[in-house]
Each structure stands twice: as C-alpha cells, then as structure tokens.
Design a protein around this ligand. Structure first.
Ligand SMILES: C[S@@+](CC[C@H](N)C(=O)[O-])C[C@H]1O[C@@H](n2cnc3c(N)ncnc32)[C@H](O)[C@@H]1O
Length: 275
C-alpha cells in the first residue's frame, strides 16, 4: 500500500476507536497493572481473572519471557532486526529497549491492529527520540503479505530478522490458518532468522477456566483460541528450537527463581532459528 493510503487507512481506523468493546491489548494492559484501559476492558479482564486467577502472573511471565528471548536473540544469535507483530500497548522493557541495551543499532518494526497501540507507541517513540531505528505501523497479522511488504521498507531481508509473535496467535481462529500465516511471514527471511513465540494453551488450566476465557473474549474484538502442545510446536516447523525447546514460558531460560504459581501458567514459549 502506498504511504498516503496507509495514512488514510490509519486515520479511518483511529476515528473508529471503540472504547465500549473489550480489546485484547487493553485487557492485557489491565492484567499488567497499566492505566491504558476502559471500563469495558476492566470488566472483561476481571471476569477472566475470576475464572483463571493466574491471569496476572501469566501476563507478567509472558513479558519476562519476551525480555529474555529478545536478549538471547540479540546477544547470542547476533540478530539485529525485529518484526514484532502484536506489539501491545507500550509498557516496561519493550522490545526496542531490550534490544538497544545490547545492540544500539538494532532496528525494530512494531505492528498491531489496535489503533490505541499505534497512538501510544508513536507518542512513546517520539519522546524516546528513536529516529529511524524503531517504527510502528497499523497492520493485521491476517494479512501477512501486507506486513511483509511494509517490513521490507525498514528491515533488510538479506540479513536475519527475528519475527516476534508473542501472545498473539491465540487470537486467530483455526480457519484463519495461523500456521500458513507464520510460514508466509518466515518464508522471505534468510537463514539465521528467528521466531520468538508465546501461545496460550489449555494444558495447564482447568476446563472451566478455558471455557470462561473463551466466553469473555467472544464478546471482545478477538476470540481466544488456546492450543495444545503439538499444535503450538508446529508453528516452528522447519526451524531448530533453541534449548530448552517449547516449554511453559517461565521455564524458558529463567534468569532467577521461577515466579510463584508457575505450575499453572498456561502459556508456552519458545524460540526457533531458521537454518
Ligand atoms: C496480549 S497482547 C501481547 C502484547 C505483546 N506482544 C506482549 O507479549 O507483551 C496481544 C496484542 O496483539 C494484538 N493483536 C491481536 N490480534 C491481532 C491481529 N490480528 N493483528 C495484529 N495485532 C493483533 C492486540 O491488539 C494486542 O496488542
């Protein structure tokens, strides 16, 4: 899409901002203790917390995984470019901040389909005087070709790129073919590229919690689709999993004691490398 068309599309979407319907980005912000949420988001998030009391520690474990995985990919794998799809409302230790601690020249492209994420991320990046190293765009994971086309403008696809799909794929229905979407995003990336992924699962939660979670998100802007271990692992098809493989997110290369309650954190995390 041409630059001007993107701007017009973004303007229309920003104008359509709905605060009366729960949004996953704002519900997640609430789990993390943020302030960028509205009553509809808080009510929905509270309903999820009642059904799955580990919601907050799961969100925190997800963020902690993101930081460890980005640090690993920059520090150990030498990747300098990040395509972070499903960015979320900026909070602490965002991808660009973690990457730039290790490699100040790292480039980050944030993509999210929630206009509120876009406006907050733009404001934050303007303050941080990020220059050209970090960019934000409105885009939908269900349109991987459009994301890849825009990503090529900021990122060099001849050099390794880390594709980040952290706590987003469980907002896609099976019929939206998430596996196909991941393949399309990874296909143009060269060897040495990485996939950083977390995904909600039913494997460590009660059936009641899963049913209640699905029910709440069915009234939000995106459904909740937890998946089993083998389904989540299949997103890494053709890649080499970094040790310790796909595990509960807090158990992926922990940098200290596991958070209390880790046994019920119903979230897988892993990092794959394209060879
Ligand atoms: C739970 S948050 C995760 C944020 C961040 N990745 C993290 O792990 O801290 C999920 C994010 O994915 C975004 N999202 C959900 N469905 C999306 C889609 N189809 N395309 C792009 N973004 C999407 C939401 O707006 C939200 O910001």
């Amino acid at each position: 899409m041409a630059e001007q068309d993107w701007r017009e599309w973004e303007g229309r979407v920003l104008g359509d901002l709905r605060t009366d319907v729960p949004h996953p980005a704002r519900m997640y912000d609430y789990y993390l203790g943020g302030k960028d949420n509205f009553p509809a988001d808080r009510e929905a998030a509270e309903a999820v917390i009642r059904a799955y009391p580990a919601s907050r520690i799961t969100a925190l474990a997800n963020r902690a995984f993101l930081g460890r995985a980005v640090r690993h990919v920059v520090g150990e794998l030498g990747v300098r470019q990040f395509l972070d799809v499903g960015t979320g409302i900026p909070t602490q230790s965002n991808t660009n901040e973690v990457a730039h601690e290790v490699a100040p020249d790292a480039r980050v492209l944030y993509v999210d389909n929630d206009p509120i994420v876009l406006s907050h991320a733009r404001a934050l990046l303007a303050h941080a005087d990020e220059g050209q190293r970090t960019q934000v765009m409105l885009g939908d994971l269900r349109d991987p070709e459009a994301i890849a086309a825009e990503a090529r403008k900021l990122l060099d696809f001849d050099q390794p790129v880390a594709l980040m799909l952290v706590a987003i794929l469980h907002f896609l229905r099976d019929e939206e073919e998430p596996g196909d979407i991941v393949r399309k995003l990874l296909a143009p990336l060269p060897p040495g590229s990485a996939l950083i992924l977390t995904h909600a699962t039913m494997d460590y939660a009660s059936q009641e919690a899963v049913t209640a979670g699905k029910d709440v998100y069915s009234r939000a802007t995106a459904p909740f689709v937890p998946r089993g271990r083998s389904e989540v692992e299949s997103f890494f098809d053709g890649m080499e999993l970094v040790e310790p493989g796909l595990v509960q997110a807090p158990r992926w290369r922990p940098d200290g004691a596991l958070p209390e309650g880790s046994d019920v954190i119903s979230l897988y995390g892993g990092v794959g490398v394209k060879r």
